[in-house]
Design a binder for this molecule. Structure first.
Ligand code: AMP
Length: 407
């Protein structure tokens, strides 16, 4: 049990003194049963841990590989209690865990990550303030509750300007770009109504539009001892606001890579992180870096580590939560991770079944990861391919010309 004070901002992460070592054979509870939980469980089972997951849908991606599942809502007190009692330690695979749920779990079991960081990253304003307080460059922002606030922000940041909801936005949802002054009133009125601002009295956030050249991410792990390890920086390419490719090595200068790495470490230390945080950044033409977003968990842009690094992000997460020494994150091979959405599967399966996706045909290796989701809906993340080889251009060229990702 965590003998910690639970306050308004959630449960703090454990300190070095409070931390326990969780040994193989113990059961790790994962709150959330999606692909991130599944891949964490696969990595952890290789290390001898057992897993239980809490998720409302039976036979979810994580439950298919875990030792057990509690089928129930994330905020159902009975389900939470049963899940906690079956777990020696609890972690989470998604961000929208309510603080009350974390507090309830902590009453029964060990929750080394706490819930403070979840509380911070659940809200864009809190998140950006935390990044600012860590002393690293963040996309300039202002809170917006009224049209006047928005006009003020436009005076400071100019046009275009990005207006986002503070909660609930992901994969490009919950944001709008205002490009012309004639659009200000109408867009604000529409967006404020459609978002939670009016209904839930949550402010919006206005951000300076960053004319970035590239998007990149750094995943950093930290254990309760305060040891940190970063993974190689990945260059990320999105399509329709969903991650499409992660390319590693990034091809950025050593100086850019070092600055990005130091930003991630500063954030991890400032947040007293236990586990992983993915730091998403913009890189501009003059070499400036701005933090856009944090994700306090394994991240899609780190899936390449499964086949290309000595230690994967999932194993690293297990090590950090269990207070074990962090693993070597060295890159073993250049890699391109490409996401597989619902609409990509039929053609992929066709090529796969015909034996066409063979290393012999292309000179690079195909490592397929699928998440066991039943329904291949358009836009739904079903899996990913890690292409492993020496020639990044060749791998990217193949993806670009393949009919699998045509739409
Ligand atoms: P987000 O939901 O904050 O991750 O934003 C989704 C995408 O919108 C980012 O990956 C960027 O491509 C774009 N975007 C978000 N914020 C900004 C910004 N301040 N300036 C320029 N583009 C942005």
């Amino acid at each position: 049990m965590n003998n910690l004070n639970f306050n308004q901002t959630g449960l703090p992460p454990v300190t070095k003194e409070q931390a326990k070592v969780i040994m193989p054979g113990s059961t790790i509870g994962i709150l959330g049963g999606g692909q991130l939980g599944r891949m964490t469980a696969i990595a952890g089972k290789n290390m001898g841990y057992r897993f239980v997951t809490l998720e409302p849908t039976a036979d979810c991606p994580c439950a298919q590989v875990a030792d057990g599942q509690v089928v129930g809502a994330y905020n159902d007190p009975e389900a939470l209690a049963e899940f906690a009692k079956r777990s020696d330690v609890v972690t989470y695979e998604f961000e929208n865990v309510q603080s009350e749920a974390a507090a309830q779990l902590a009453a029964y079991t060990y929750v080394p990550q706490g819930s403070e960081l979840l509380y911070t990253t659940q809200h864009r304003l809190r998140e950006k303030r935390a990044v600012q307080n860590a002393g690293v460059p963040v996309t300039p922002f202002q809170a917006v509750s009224t049209l006047e606030d928005l006009k003020n922000a436009i005076e400071v940041f100019g046009l275009p300007i990005v207006l986002k909801t503070t909660t609930g936005g992901y994969d490009g949802k919950g944001q709008v770009i205002i490009r012309q002054s004639s659009q200000i009133e109408e867009t604000f009125a529409q967006f404020a109504t459609a978002s939670r601002m009016v209904a839930e009295k949550e402010p919006l956030i206005a951000e300076k539009f960053i004319p970035f050249e590239h998007e990149l991410s750094v995943i950093v792990a930290r254990n309760p001892n305060g040891d940190t390890r970063t993974f190689p920086i990945s260059r990320n390419i999105h399509q329709h606001h969903i991650l499409h490719l992660s390319i590693v090595p990034s091809g950025f200068s050593a100086d850019v890579e070092e600055r990005a790495k130091q930003i991630a470490i500063k954030i991890a230390d400032a947040l007293q992180l236990v586990g992983l945080v993915a730091v998403e950044l913009f890189l501009t033409a003059d070499g400036s870096l701005y933090v856009n977003e944090l994700a306090p968990r394994p991240h899609n842009s780190g899936h390449y580590t499964q086949d290309a690094c000595v230690t994967s992000q999932f194993e690293q997460h297990v090590r950090a939560v269990c207070n074990l020494p962090l693993g070597d994150s060295t890159l073993l091979s250049p890699v391109v991770m490409v996401n597989l959405l619902g609409q990509h599967l039929p053609k992929l399966f066709d090529h796969w079944a015909k034996g066409e996706l063979s290393d012999d045909n292309f000179g690079f290796a195909f490592k397929l990861h699928l998440y066991g989701k039943e329904e291949a809906k358009h836009g739904r993340k079903m899996g990913h391919l890690n292409l492993i080889g020496n020639d990044l251009d060749k791998m990217i060229q193949w993806i670009t010309s393949s009919d699998i990702w045509e739409e």
